[in-house]
Write a protein of this length. Structure first.
Length: 200
């Protein structure tokens, strides 16, 4: 987390540091990102950055947290809406896409975080995966209890499919792959690939 000296900065200077870091971490994975380029972009001495953050990792985790705080402000309302799991997921994916479209650099920061192979980030990545899995498991249990989802399914397998499909949907959603396409993808998740036979 930032040191108090960072929060004591003039708001414009503080935002300049964040903006420069977001730009660098959106373009490069943590291990390739350059602290020297960040301080150059925001016009401060490298030594000054260490008065604000302990090191590059400290700055990086702060930026990732800011990206997720912003994303949560977009997607959280999906989970407060009425409807079955599929209507909630449809809204979640649409709101996630809206976030990615309006804040492309923050979206890239988040993606690069999850794709990172940096050994130093593994504890945070593992903690994040476990937290997301726990949240989804509760969401899934509620859906199973309501009868929306087959209760015999392995929650871990469901999370694997949901996570893989969701990431691809958000990254590839565009004018061609619109809301109708999203509903068709969710229909595959809902009903599987088995041929549909009309009820007699």
């Amino acid at each position: 987390m930032p040191k108090q000296t960072f929060f004591n900065l003039d708001p414009e200077k503080r935002q300049a540091v964040v903006d420069a870091a977001v730009e660098e971490f959106a373009q490069y994975a943590f291990e390739q990102a350059s602290l020297s380029k960040i301080v150059e972009k925001c016009g401060i001495a490298k030594g000054s950055m260490y008065q604000y953050f302990a090191d590059k990792l400290d700055l990086y985790l702060y930026v990732v947290d800011q990206a997720y705080e912003k994303k949560r402000s977009y997607v959280s309302k999906a989970f407060s809406r009425d409807g079955d799991i599929f209507s909630v997921l449809e809204e979640y994916y649409l709101l996630s896409y809206e976030f990615a479209r309006k804040h492309p650099l923050l979206h890239q920061v988040a993606n690069k975080f999850w794709d990172s192979r940096a050994e130093i980030l593994q504890p945070q990545l593992e903690e994040g995966r476990l937290s997301r899995a726990r949240d989804f498991a509760q969401f899934l249990r509620d859906a199973m209890a309501r009868g929306d989802v087959n209760p015999d399914l392995d929650p871990e397998a469901v999370f694997f499919v949901y996570h893989a499909v969701g990431k691809e949907l958000i990254d590839c959603f565009d004018q061609r792959r619109n809301r109708q396409f999203l509903r068709q993808v969710l229909d595959v998740l809902r009903l599987g690939l088995t041929a549909r036979r009309e009820e007699m």
